[in-house]
Design a protein around this ligand. Structure first.
Ligand code: FDA
Ligand code: NAD
Length: 434
């Protein structure tokens, strides 16, 4: 079988891979030195588009429109770009074995790839209901969303089941973004999740109440405090009903499941140190194996601001960690030092006409400020998280670019705020002052 050899290999062809390639090009890379190996059939793209504009009924985003690095305002890296730079894109190629001591990767078809430096950028996989044996969960028209192939299948189903019924299982990022996308496509949408409010990983009950109210006003039915325990299908094997633990039964032509992700680290088990479910790295994304780096969703890295090891499953970190790793790799080569990664967590989401941003840490006490009435024509509200008398996190729905910058600044500076009532009253003006 064929063997190929590269100085640098990026395993995974997602967001982090694309931003790493751009940084390699900036820092200087010789033709033939760098390869990206991806099981996807297309060049790296901005994954967040899949749960948003990709699903629009009209004017939907399609490739090549959202290849990296357009998501952060940069030049779009089309497949030709990689060719021009002499970066090899090895697509539709799944790596099934990694031998880190020997610096070798092996694909499903038996191809061997050697490297001097490996960057692991394999991202996350979806958790499936079949993983925990939910009855009938392998029926047709039960969808998950991670890659563009998943999105294409969902788009086909949306066309085939016009004006049908959709059930969304899960009240996290996928649940909220897909609930909106299917409603915009005129499906009759119900959402089911076990927690007392949506997105409990980040939202307070006050924040969630706004989104639940807004979604309800759009005609989305929200069923909380229960889970899907089984599915029935018709004679074609297509899903027809969702059985809930509380005994209720929902009709469904389409089911979308978003019950969380898991970092794709299995290939490296036992070969590299792990921590908090991810691959442990230093502040330069170097792992316990000196020739191996890990970036994006899979990396558990030192979050300097909180003096803690963390893993972050969001696009901003995927981009920045990739850039940091490449700077460090090239810095070592050139004998130049690179600053430690000093990341301010940044998450965002968009659905319907809504858009929120969050910066910092969601720990401690919280205050809610602004107009959070879901019926308002232009709602704008937010929250601060306060720990040890300091603002450590900030959330804002409906903010302008300047206002979003202001909450980012506050989360980074961590100003004192001892009087929570005063902070509630002052609201956004508190952040704008900084
Ligand atoms: P990413 O998942 O982008 O890439 C991993 C790549 O590795 C894929 O190409 C995969 O096929 C490949 N791969 C894995 N194993 C392989 C193997 N064995 N062999 C070959 N290839 C392999 N975040 C945010 O902040 N705002 C947002 O709005 C959104 N929206 C959003 C929507 C949807 C639908 C998803 C799924 C995710 C988001 N995210 C998000 C999260 C964000 O997209 C995510 O954190 C980044 O894509 C992570 O980048 P990585 O490069 O680490 O993984
Ligand atoms: P998530 O962790 O955000 O949410 C999962 C939700 O499903 C939680 O509310 C959880 O309690 C619920 N749940 C768990 N088991 C359930 C069950 N049996 N039945 C019903 N609900 C159940 O994960 P996700 O929404 O699946 O997102 C997957 C990945 O994609 C994550 O890494 C996420 O960060 C990423 N993503 C991010 C964005 C964004 O940042 N805007 C958008 C889409 C996806």
């Amino acid at each position: 079988m064929a063997e190929k050899s590269f100085k640098f290999v990026i395993l995974g062809g997602g967001v982090a891979a694309g931003y790493a390639a751009r940084e390699f090009a900036k820092q200087g890379v010789q033709p033939g030195e760098l390869a990206i190996i991806s099981k996807e059939a297309v060049a790296p793209y901005e994954r967040p588009a899949l749960s948003k504009a990709y699903l629009f009924p009209e004017g939907a985003a399609r490739l090549p429109g959202f290849h990296v690095c357009v998501g952060s305002g940069g030049e779009r890296l089309l497949p030709e770009w990689y060719k021009e730079k002499g970066i090899e894109l090895i697509l539709s190629t799944e790596i099934v074995k990694a031998d880190l001591p020997a610096n070798i990767l092996v694909s499903a078809t038996g191809e061997t790839f050697k490297y001097q430096i490996l960057i692991i950028a394999t991202g996350s996989m979806v958790i499936k209901l079949t993983d925990f044996g939910v009855q009938g969960a392998d029926a047709k028209n039960i969808f998950y969303l991670r890659e563009i192939d998943d999105a294409d299948k969902l788009v086909e189903a949306i066309k085939a089941k016009k004006n049908g019924k959709a059930v969304i299982v899960g009240g996290g990022y996928i649940g909220l973004e897909l609930g909106a996308a299917l409603k915009i496509n005129n499906l009759d949408v119900s959402m089911v999740y076990p927690e007392p409010w949506c997105m409990p990983r980040l939202f307070t009950s006050g924040i969630a109440a706004f989104y639940e109210g807004y979604y309800a006003n759009k005609g989305i039915k929200i069923i909380k405090g229960t889970v899907a325990v089984g599915f029935t299908s018709n004679s074609n094997g297509e899903v027809k009903e969702v059985q809930l633990k509380d005994g209720r039964v929902l009709e469904a032509d389409i089911v979308v499941v978003g019950v969380g992700g898991r970092p794709l680290t299995a290939l490296f088990k036992g070969q590299v140190e792990e921590e908090k479910g991810g691959i442990k790295t230093d502040a330069f994304f170097k792992t316990s194996v000196p020739t191996v780096y890990a970036v994006g969703d899979v990396a558990t890295f030192p979050l300097k601001l909180y003096n803690e090891l963390r893993r972050v499953e969001h696009v901003d970190h995927a981009r920045k960690s990739a850039e940091q790793a490449v700077k460090a790799i090239k810095g070592l080569e050139k004998g130049q030092s690179v600053d430690e990664y000093d990341y301010l967590p940044y998450f965002y989401s968009r659905s319907f006409d809504l858009a929120w941003q969050f910066y910092g840490d969601n720990v401690g006490d919280t205050v809610l400020f602004g107009d959070n009435n879901p019926q308002s024509p232009k709602p704008k509200f937010g929250s601060y998280w306060i720990k040890d008398g300091k603002v450590v996190g900030a959330f804002l729905e409906g903010g302008s670019a300047e206002e979003n910058q202001a909450i980012a600044k506050v989360a980074k500076l961590q100003p004192k705020a001892e009087n929570l009532d005063a902070l509630t009253k002052e609201g956004l003006a508190f952040a704008v002052r900084y």
